[in-house]
Ligand binder design. Structure first.
Ligand code: HMG
Ligand code: MG
Length: 302
């Protein structure tokens, strides 16, 4: 086991979290969320998506949000772009980092992007090049890396090939998503064994959904295999509107607790995240999530 000394968190609540919510927050409240996340010490906060407002109405205010957000030095604010129109919109508001999102499986690619897996990857190559030429950092997402709800298990070699294609076309890192949250540490270990034959572990981030309560165990396993970048969501909110069986994202507070126990630095303050998760739950009209209800009610020290 390689113990991590430090990991980087990519906070996805303002994007993956809010896209899955029944209640659409005001732009002002979204900005307050992002400010709180930066105050807590996050250095990478996925701010919004430049996707079709018909497809994801919760994030239809992407332009207004990016124009009004006071961006801080030392904090990156990636935004999702599905196509050239999305990239144009992101560049127009001066986004510093964009994320393209492909799927390792066929069915989810069609449901999420209205394109085959191959078409999506082919279409992204000139998009990534244009983003790099415009000086943007680029993240590449790959979804359904363990299994797809419609297609079944995803071949691991295919995940490795797709990850390599995203890096080869110019992505700075690739985030491997267990979108439906079905993976266990055993499968994540087997996946990383195969994927790291094709891509350097330093360029791999992991993005776990928590449908079966395995997200934290999966993250710990990935950390022991050398992964140092993890996507997490404050309050554990999140999911794909195009794979509704998916559970929320790995909760930021859960991974912070694990890191605290192991002396692993993140730069993110657990108590500030707990307070933000509690505030966010009230803004969204949520019951506090069952598995974290005690810590969210009583605070990390309670
Ligand atoms: P389409 O219908 O195939 O594309 O959409 P189209 O080019 O035919 O456009 C249809 C309409 O959408 C047109 O408007 C376009 O202008 C508009 P109309 O003429 O009907 O009025 N449109 C756009 N508007 C604004 N910005 C754009 C844009 N593109 C098209 N960028 C498309 C295909 C993918 C674009 C669309 O279906 C879409 O935006 N879908 C949303 C996908 C999405 O956001 N999914 C969730 C994020 S991915 C995720 O959550 C997984 C992840 O977390 C990792 C994991 O968990 O694995 C990242
Ligand atoms: Mg996701």
């Amino acid at each position: 086991m390689t113990e991590a000394a430090r990991i980087t968190l990519v906070e996805v609540a303002p994007r993956d979290g809010l896209q899955a919510e029944a209640r659409t927050l005001s732009t002002e409240t979204k900005i307050a969320l992002i400010e709180r996340l930066a105050d807590a010490g996050h250095t990478v906060i996925e701010a919004t998506s430049f996707v079709s407002p018909k497809a994801v109405p919760q994030l239809a205010d992407a332009e207004e949000l990016m124009k009004r957000l006071r961006r801080r030095d030392g904090v990156r604010y990636p935004v999702l772009v599905p196509n050239a129109k999305g990239l144009d919109r992101a560049i127009a508001v001066g986004a510093d980092e964009v994320a393209v999102f492909a799927s390792a499986s066929e069915s989810y690619s069609r449901k999420n992007l209205n394109r085959s897996r191959e078409e999506a990857l082919t279409d992204y190559a000139p998009l990534v090049r244009r983003a790099k030429d415009a000086g943007k950092r680029v993240r590449g997402y790959l979804s359904m890396v363990i299994a797809d709800p419609w297609d079944g298990p995803t071949p691991r070699e295919r995940v490795g090939e797709c990850a390599k294609r995203l890096l080869d076309m110019g992505c700075d890192e690739v985030s491997l998503g267990d979108t439906s949250g079905v993976g266990t540490p055993h499968e994540v270990a087997a996946l990383l064994d195969v994927v790291t034959r094709s891509v350097p572990i330093a360029n791999v981030a992991m993005h776990f959904h928590d449908t079966y309560g395995q997200a934290l165990a999966n993250a710990h396993l990935a950390m022991s295999r050398g992964v140092r970048i993890f996507d997490t969501s404050t309050g554990g909110i999140g999911g794909s509107p195009f794979a509704k069986m998916a559970g929320g994202n790995l909760a930021t507070e859960d991974l912070l607790w694990l890191c605290r126990g192991g002396g692993i630095a993140t730069g993110v303050d657990l108590d500030a995240i707990v307070a933000t998760a509690r505030w966010l739950a009230s803004e969204l009209g949520h019951e506090l999530p069952a598995h974290t209800s005690r810590v969210l009610r009583e605070g990390a020290q309670g």
